[in-house]
Design a binder for this molecule. Sequence first.
Ligand SMILES: Nc1ncnc2c1ncn2[C@@H]1O[C@H](COP(=O)(O)OP(=O)(O)OP(=O)(O)O)[C@@H](O)[C@H]1O
Ligand SMILES: [Mg+2]
Length: 112
Amino acid sequence: MHMIEVIIKPAALPAVKAKLSSLGILGCTALECKGYGKQKGHTERYRGGRMDVGFVPKVLLKVAVKDEDLDKAIDAITSAARTGQVGDGKLFTYPLTKVVRIRTGEKDQDAL
Ligand SMILES: Nc1ncnc2c1ncn2[C@@H]1O[C@H](COP(=O)(O)OP(=O)(O)OP(=O)(O)O)[C@@H](O)[C@H]1O
Ligand SMILES: [Mg+2]
């Protein structure tokens, strides 16, 4: 099992959610956040305006997936979030050791 953490443009959220749902990946946490990447001292577009890349509003998604779903989830997220402009985002993965579905007590793969 892996945790995918991906930072995307807020406008990309509906497309990413729809793509993950279409793959049967049905759980996800979204957090509003701010960040910056490599464009030090430059600007990025946000809601049609230019924004200082000091800190630009982003959405952080956390998605836990089975290993067999990892590559297709990465492809789905990145293709749905890509505009080709700077600031499209960045994706990180971590190995996951435990998952528990609280209502049922199911564990690990069965809990995803
Ligand atoms: N090295 C990093 N560590 C943690 N978060 C990062 C890192 N790089 C980028 N981020 C996060 O991802 C968001 C989007 O990054 P961004 O897409 O601008 O990366 P980039 O490397 O500058 O690529 P691009 O040149 O396409 O803009 C940032 O606002 C920040 O929240
Ligand atoms: Mg950038």
